[in-house]
Design a binder for this molecule. Sequence first.
Ligand SMILES: Nc1ncnc2c1ncn2[C@@H]1O[C@H](COP(=O)(O)OP(=O)(O)O)[C@@H](O)[C@H]1O
Ligand SMILES: [Mg+2]
Length: 304
Amino acid sequence: MEDTILEIKGLSKNYGRIKALSGLDLTISRGQVYGLLGPNGSGKTTTLGIILGATLPNHGSFRWFGQTLDFKSLKRIGAILEHPNFFPYLNAVDNLRIIARVRCVPEQDIERVLQLTGLSDRRKHRFQTYSFGMKQRLAIASAMLGNTEVLILDEPTNGLDPGGIAEIRGLITSIASSGTTIILASHLLDEVQKVCSHVAVLQKGVKLFSGSVDDVLSNTETIVIGSTDLSKLETVIKEYPDYLSHTIRGNYAELKTRGLCNPSEVNQFLFTRGISCSHLSMNKKSLESYFLEITGNHPGADTI
Ligand SMILES: Nc1ncnc2c1ncn2[C@@H]1O[C@H](COP(=O)(O)OP(=O)(O)O)[C@@H](O)[C@H]1O
Ligand SMILES: [Mg+2]
């Protein structure tokens, strides 16, 4: 049975007349790397604020580990919402000691999180000598203190250079592979596509879509078919067992199927119906083009 970590039901939040979040439903299971994806102002940070108890919703509810949020469940969650403040003149160990004391975590755990985030070698160096990537790694280390089961990150690579971005994405992936559930808010499609297993796309506080990143991709694949007799092709593809829809683009028919696309099966099917294809190819849309399409920001969408 799937182990539900977080269940969100009908969450709404208004700031005056601004609807920051409208009726959000979301279920996150153990081990998922869940991306909240949306442009700036779409309600990602508001959502994270609510589920961490820092922001009160106007409507709706959420449950962590099947319970309402309390001190006990909060101890199982590590979060970095803003750039955390560390003492610049203190080294990594001393900074983590302070946080461990505040959070009532035994000091022995410091060694584990330093190892986990690859900071062991620099443990005795002052925070102010760290690169941005290392600072963010220390922030993640502090959030993981106390063996937290869930890690929440808001725009984790903001302000990092390409090297730092790769470093942090690699770290998130390695933390996820050890079984930690991760909830990551990002306006970067690329980031969600590279790091997350699941995604909820938000626009102006409304969830447009949620599901596994693979499903989003498979839903957006099409098979492009060329034939000398286009009208016959059109009639025949409608009889394909997994037919969902099709569009004609120039001399080609673009077929959408239910589930995963299987070009060789389509080819076989058409052949048995007396159609030989002059062209057959897969058109795999990236999550990016899908995202741009559904958020209505794609200048060139459907111009044919
Ligand atoms: N404290 C606040 N007071 C007023 N408006 C806010 C506040 N926090 C967020 N908002 C508004 O709510 C909407 C969602 O913001 P936010 O959750 O920060 O989006 P995101 O994190 O996706 O960029 C935006 O229109 C933002 O201006
Ligand atoms: Mg935000």
